[in-house]
Design a protein around this ligand. Structure first.
Ligand code: SAH
Length: 345
């Protein structure tokens, strides 16, 4: 049975499903979902840490700096949700080797939905004896935490609502007359649709859950998220599917493509402020990495490895160039109430 067959049977029996439920099934179905069956990192899409080692290295130095700002707690939890191939942490913890007190105090905790990627992460980070937990709410609540994630928030399923005849309706995946998966709107109105001016609105309920879990934490924390999305209002319909580097129809071949949405950074900042957290950013990835010293790090690497100069330069450019990842990607840091702003934001 394919995931498409499974979804069609589900819809035939129970009616259309919200877009968020479709996205959850496509990404996380334990047998047929994308993450379970074909974690296409590096083939379906390329992330910042996979683009240049400098990304992870700067994150590593940022982590050491913020650990000191928290008063160098020992032990502390370092947590990465959605580590992918663990490249960012690999580079970050290599850069942190110059600070053995940081590494000695660190308890590494990973949050990963894909069993295949969990195996890769456990192997590549074996020296640091990572532990796995199901979500941020399962982090030890009595020790300070540094949380860092790249391209994790964009995987959190989105709901969409459409204004029709003056009422909000949820966007759903149903079946057309030929029996194919198709987008439609729910017959019932959606009283839980967020307040917005007409048209279409997209929200990720996972952002609320994340803020709520973070604001419930007793011990101090900082949580840095780097991802793509606008910082000047909701993204509109941003659901996209990628397969082998190409953008494809999100309803085509469920479970075989990566599904993603833009992160609504202004909403995340607003939710976090309302929950009493300290919020720094969002700032563009280019500005963030610039403030952390990407140029100096590039110069040092080129000096040490002149034969790799072209590759090193191209990778760095891709991260900071406004025409590539520099502006579309943003960094935001949520911290426990009262903590001063972190470096770079
Ligand atoms: N951070 C990595 C990988 C990004 S891809 C990088 O930058 O290269 C997204 C990652 O998040 C994958 O590892 C995916 O399996 C994981 N993921 C997606 N949704 C998740 C969820 N709900 N819980 C835990 N991990 C999730």
């Amino acid at each position: 049975m394919t995931l498409e067959d499974k979804l069609k049977a589900l819809i035939e029996a129970g009616g259309p499903v919200p877009l968020s439920a479709y996205m959850t099934a496509c990404l996380h179905d334990p047998d047929l979902g994308y993450y379970a069956t074909r974690p296409g990192l590096g083939t379906d899409f390329i992330t910042a840490p996979e683009t240049s080692q400098i990304f992870g290295e700067l994150i590593g130095l940022w982590l050491v700096h913020e650990w000191r700002a928290l008063g160098s707690p020992a032990p502390f939890t370092l947590c990465e949700p959605g580590p992918g191939r663990a490249t960012m942490l690999n580079d970050a913890l290599r850069a942190a080797k110059a600070y053995p007190d940081f590494l000695a105090a660190m308890r590494l905790t990973l949050i990963e939905a894909s069993p295949a990627l969990r195996a890769v992460q456990a192997e590549r980070l074996a020296d640091h004896e990572p532990e796995f937990v199901a979500d941020v709410s399962k982090l030890p609540s009595d020790s300070p935490a540094l949380i860092v994630a790249n391209e994790y928030l964009d995987c959190l399923p989105a709901r969409q609502f459409i204004m029709d005849a003056g009422q909000w309706h949820e966007r759903v995946v149903g079946l057309d007359q030929a029996g194919a998966l198709s987008l439609g709107i729910a017959a019932d109105t959606a009283p839980d649709a967020p307040q917005a001016v007409g048209g279409l609105i997209e929200v990720q309920p996972g952002l609320e859950q994340l803020v709520s879990v973070l604001s419930d934490r007793a011990a101090p924390f900082r949580a840095l998220f780097v991802d793509y999305g606008p910082d000047n209002g909701p993204p509109g319909d941003s659901l996209r599917a990628y397969r082998q580097g190409n953008q494809v129809d999100p309803l085509s071949d469920p479970g075989a493509c990566d599904l993603t949405v833009d992160v609504d950074f202004s909403r995340l900042a607003k939710l976090a402020c309302a929950a009493g957290l300290s919020v720094a950013g969002p700032v563009s990835q280019g500005a963030f990495l610039g403030a952390l010293g990407i140029q100096d790090r590039l110069n040092a690497l080129i000096k040490a490895q002149p034969d790799r100069a072209d590759t090193l330069f191209a990778g760095t450019q891709k991260l900071v160039d406004p025409a590539e990842m520099g502006t579309r990607f943003k960094a935001i840091c949520l911290s426990s109430p009262g903590l001063a702003s972190p470096a770079g934001l």
